[in-house]
Design a protein around this ligand. Structure first.
Ligand SMILES: Nc1ncnc2c1ncn2[C@@H]1O[C@H](COP(=O)(O)OP(=O)(O)OP(=O)(O)O)[C@@H](O)[C@H]1O
Ligand SMILES: O=C(CO)[C@H](O)[C@H](O)COP(=O)(O)O
Length: 408
C-alpha cells in the first residue's frame, strides 16, 4: 500500500476526487482507494467528513513500461506481440469512444501518448508546429496521470481523435497490472521517464522507415509517393530534435537497418536488426548467444536451418551505447521456415521463457504479423518475454517486502 502524495477533504461517498498542486483532478473509485477515518482527523465542514486518502494498487503496484518510436515504426505490432505474451487479446475500452487509442487486456493497458497532444490538428497548423514538438503536448498532465496510475489511482485521460484531428472528451483509465505508454515522447520528460520501470526505443533507420511508409501509406491508404516523401521530410527536423535523442535513455533498443548481406541493397525487404540491451538494469538480464560476454558471429544455415539467398547471420557481443555498457544481439537476414526457429532459440540463453520453445511458439502464433520472418519479430517477442519476467520479479519483490518487515 502506497501513501498518496495528496490529501483532500471529501465526503465519504463512492467516488473521491484528488487535487494535485497543479489543480488537475483525478476521479477514483473505491476499489482503488482505501479511506482512513480516524476520530482525530474526522471533522465536519459544511456537511462533509474530512478523510485522509491512501491508495492501494490492489494486489500489486502498476508496472509502467515506455515504448518510444516515430509514427509508422511498428509500435502497434509490437504491442500486439507484447499483450499476447501475457495472454488474451487487447481491445479498446468497452462501450467507449470508438476512436479511443487505448487497448486493454486482462493484464495490460496500452495508452497512446498522442492523447496528450495539447494542440489539435488545426491548432498545430495555426501555430506552425508538428505533433513531435513538445509545445504541442501536455507533459504536466502526462506526468500527473502516469504517476496517479502507477500509484493505483484511476484517471480521466484525454483522447486525441486521429479521425477528426480533435481532442475528444476524456475516458476513464483504471490502474492495470502493467501500463504501457507508447508514442512519440515516453522518455522525453524527465519526470515521466523516472516513472518507467522499463523503456524501449524502436529505432528504424530512414531507409527502412521510408520502405514501410510506402508499403502502408501508398498501398493501404492511397497516398502518393511525393506526399509520403514530403511528410517524412517535414517531420525530420523535429524527429531529430525531440524523438531520436530519447534512445539514449532506453533500457532496450531495437535498431532496424538495411541488410549487409546483399551489397548495395535498396529494396529494404531483408533487414539487419540489432537488439541493444543495457547492462545493470534492475530486473533485466540481457539475452546472450552461446557464451555470455563473448563476441560471436554465427551463420546457422546448413543442416538444421533452411536458408535461401542471402542467408542468415547472427552476431553477439559487448559494446557501449551513449556511454552505457550494453550487450548487442544482431540478426541479419530472414527465416525461410519459422518452425525451424527452435534451432536458433535453443542456442540463446536468458530468454525468460517458461518452457522450451516458447519464443518459437509465440512467433508461429503470430506468423502473419509484419516482421515475423526476421529479427524485428524475433526481438520484439524476446523483449515481450523479458517484460513479463520483469513484471513477475517486481511483483514478487513487492509482496516479499512486507513479509520481511514483519519478520524484522
Ligand atoms: N517488423 C516489420 N516488418 C515490416 N514491416 C513492418 C514491421 N513493423 C511495421 N511494419 C510496417 O509498418 C506499418 C506500421 O506498423 P504499425 O502500425 O505497427 O506502426 P505504428 O508505429 O503503430 O504506427 P502509427 O503510430 O502510425 O499508428 C505496418 O502496416 C507495416 O506495413
Ligand atoms: O505522430 C503522430 C502519431 O504518433 C501523428 O502524426 C500525430 O499524433 C498527429 O496525428 P494526426 O496526423 O492524426 O493529426
Amino acid at each position: 500500500m502506497a501513501v498518496c502524495p495528496v490529501y483532500t477533504t471529501q465526503s465519504l461517498n463512492s467516488t473521491c476526487s484528488i487535487s494535485t498542486p497543479s489543480k488537475t483532478h483525478f476521479s477514483s473509485h473505491h476499489n482503488h482507494l482505501v479511506f482512513y477515518r480516524t476520530s482525530k482527523r474526522t471533522s465536519k465542514r459544511g456537511g462533509s467528513s474530512s478523510c485522509v486518502i491512501t491508495c492501494s494498487a490492489g494486489d500489486s503496484q502498476t508496472v509502467v513500461i515506455g515504448l518510444a518510436a516515430d509514427s509508422g515504426c511498428g509500435k502497434s505490432t509490437f504491442m500486439r506481440r507484447l499483450t499476447s505474451v501475457f495472454g488474451g487479446a487487447a481491445e479498446p475500452p468497452k462501450g467507449g469512444n470508438p476512436d479511443s487509442n487505448t487497448l486493454i487486456s486482462d493484464m495490460t493497458t496500452v495508452i497512446c501518448l498522442d492523447d496528450y497532444h495539447s494542440l489539435d490538428r488545426t491548432g498545430r497548423k495555426e501555430k506552425g508546429v508538428t505533433a513531435l514538438d513538445p509545445r504541442a503536448n501536455d507533459f504536466d498532465l502526462m506526468y500527473e496521470q502516469v504517476k496517479a496510475l502507477k500509484s493505483g489511482i484511476a484517471v480521466d485521460k484525454p483522447i486525441y481523435n486521429h479521425v477528426s484531428g480533435l481532442l475528444d472528451p476524456p475516458e476513464l483509465i483504471k490502474p492495470p497490472k502493467i501500463l504501457v505508454i507508447e508514442g512519440l515522447h515516453p522518455m522525453f520528460d524527465e519526470r515521466v521517464r523516472d516513472l518507467l520501470d522499463f523503456s524501449i526505443y524502436l529505432d528504424i533507420s530512414n531507409e527502412v522507415k521510408f520502405a514501410w511508409k510506402i508499403q502502408r501509406d501508398m498501398a493501404e491508404r492511397g497516398h502518393s509517393l511525393e506526399s509520403i516523401k514530403a511528410s517524412i521530410e517535414a517531420r525530420k527536423p523535429d524527429f531529430d530534435a525531440f524523438i531520436d535523442p530519447q534512445k539514449q535513455y532506453a533500457d532496450a533498443v531495437i535498431e532496424v537497418l538495411p541488410t549487409q548481406l546483399i551489397p548495395d541493397d535498396n529494396e529494404g525487404k531483408v533487414l539487419r536488426v540489432r537488439l541493444i540491451m543495457k547492462e545493470g538494469v534492475e530486473h533485466f538480464s540481457p539475452v546472450y548467444l552461446f557464451d555470455e560476454g563473448s563476441t560471436i558471429s554465427w551463420i546457422p544455415c546448413g543442416r538444421k536451418l533452411t536458408c535461401s539467398y542471402p542467408g542468415i547471420k547472427f552476431s553477439y557481443g559487448p559494446d557501449t551505447y551513449f556511454g552505457h555498457e550494453v550487450s548487442v544481439l544482431e540478426m541479419d537476414g530472414q527465416f525461410d521456415r519459422l518452425d525451424e526457429l527452435i534451432y536458433v532459440e535453443s542456442h540463446l540463453s536468458n530468454l525468460s521463457t517458461k518452457f522450451y520453445g516458447e519464443v518459437t511458439q509465440q512467433m508461429l502464433k503470430h506468423a502473419d504479423f509484419p516482421g515475423s520472418n526476421n529479427g524485428t519479430g524475433l526481438f520484439q517477442t524476446i523483449v515481450g518475454l523479458k517484460i513479463r519476467d520483469l513484471y513477475e520479479q517486481i511483483t514478487a519483490s513487492k509482496t516479499a517486502a512486507p513479509l520481511q518487515a514483519t519478520k524484522a
